[in-house]
Write a protein that binds this ligand. Structure first.
Ligand code: GUN
Ligand code: FE
Length: 399
């Protein structure tokens, strides 16, 4: 199969650029890229199409796609009043399965082909979610959420049971597959020390991706300090073996320089969730401070605290958030990179998120209805700021 158009290509300096050319796909893989090629016959695309890698969302919550827009509450009240009651519905496996299917449709409709995502504390429902993500052809890491305290009794399970269940999912869906189970302690408030360390131990044994939340609000940080005898939040995770180069830490807003230093040394990734940070009024994460400290960054929608499913619009929010903080902000060329190759690398998917020979062919054919090539000063900027999901013409999945 041949795709022709303006290829969104990733370069080594963390930016994307476009070049006209063709992409040949065979058996779910890109096996040829010809720059400058303008063929007469092709299967998808055209002279004004953008051919892009599918977008990757490095942090979202499957059960929360039905609660987007619960506005006006700070994080901990939003969790107790809206999120936890909603996640209880996942006690019903059939509900969880059908909701996951609905969410996958929404993800595909905005061009997302890869996700790092949370299910709920319910084991069978987490398994059903992993099965549905696998069946859909999306690429993903999906975690059963671990919680043994500070949540309604219906969502708290004994630490040992949760660890046994998480280990079982690791055996069934190990890392290295297109869809794998992730070790997913929700955050330090809702996990006892034995649960956090047990989670770290499973991740060390299996090499699994770890996902959790870190320092999203001041109130959260204060509660963590109370619960862990004043140990800094980042140190709680480090001591429990949760800071690895495969760790995805959502938010990371309220951190001191020493915390960022620790994150850099562990090579863990902070997942910036700009729309959620605005929505819950949690604060603004300084990308600049992270970059200056050498902390690795990814970007996520964090649906349902985040209200945007579309990673293009999340990328735009990332630029806007940085612009309101200070003089340095990512360019749109960097933002396109962040939601494709950048997030792929953060998830350890070196053969995803890019148009390159040997990469998996998760590809979008985009037909913008704006005249983006005819004299726009910066075509990639124009596409990001004028973005319309209706431009998505075809989504190819590699499976
Ligand atoms: N911290 C702990 N759980 C959550 C969650 O579900 N969403 C967000 N945004 N922060 C959290
Ligand atoms: Fe989250």
């Amino acid at each position: 199969m041949i795709l022709f158009g303006n290829l969104l290509l990733a370069d080594d300096s963390g930016k994307c650029h476009i070049e006209v050319g063709t992409v040949r796909v065979a058996d779910g893989m890109i096996d040829e890229v010809n720059l400058g090629d303008r063929p007469k016959h092709f299967d998808h695309g055209g002279p004004t199409s953008l051919i892009a890698p599918g977008f990757i969302d490095a942090h979202c919550h499957l059960p929360q796609f039905d609660l987007i827009g619960a506005h006006g509450m700070p994080l901990l009240r939003w969790l107790s009043d809206v999120t936890f009651p909603s996640e209880m519905k996942w006690a019903d496996v059939d509900y969880a399965r059908s909701m996951t299917r609905r969410v996958i449709d929404q993800l595909l409709s905005v061009g997302t082909t890869g996700i790092a995502t949370y299910a709920t504390v319910h084991h069978e429902s987490a398994r059903a979610a992993i099965e549905e993500v696998s069946a859909s052809g999306l690429r993903g890491v999906v975690g059963q959420v671990l919680m043994d305290r500070e949540a309604p009794p219906a969502l708290c399970l004994p630490a040992q049971q949760l660890l046994d269940e998480a280990a079982a999912l690791q055996r069934e869906f190990p890392s290295g597959n297109r869809v794998a189970a992730a070790i997913t302690p929700r955050f330090a408030i809702s996990c006892s020390e034995p649960l956090l360390s047990g989670a770290g131990a499973i991740a060390a044994e299996t090499g699994a991706t770890i996902q959790t939340h870190l320092a999203e609000t001041v109130q959260e940080c204060e509660r963590v300090s109370e619960l862990f005898g004043g140990t800094p939040y980042v140190d709680v995770y480090r001591q429990c073996g949760l800071l690895t180069e495969r760790s995805l830490l959502g938010h990371g807003i309220h951190l001191h320089p020493a915390d960022r230093d620790g994150l850099r040394r562990s090579e863990s990734t902070v997942v910036h969730c700009p729309t959620a940070n605005t929505f819950l009024r949690s604060g603004a994460m300084s990308r600049d401070a992270m970059i200056q400290s050498g902390v690795k960054l990814a970007v996520g929608s964090d649906v349902g605290a985040g209200y945007e499913r579309s990673m293009v619009r999340v990328a735009r929010a990332m630029i806007e958030a940085a612009s309101s903080l200070g003089p340095r902000f990512p360019s749109t060329a960097e933002a396109w990179y962040a939601i494709t190759a950048g997030n792929a690398d953060s998830l350890g998917w070196t053969d995803a998120g890019r148009i390159a020979v040997g990469a998996s062919a998760d590809l979008l054919v985009i037909n913008p209805t704006v005249s983006w090539l005819g004299g726009a000063a910066d075509p990639l900027s124009m596409l990001m700021f004028a973005w319309d999901d209706r431009w998505l013409k075809t989504t190819l999945l590699a499976r």
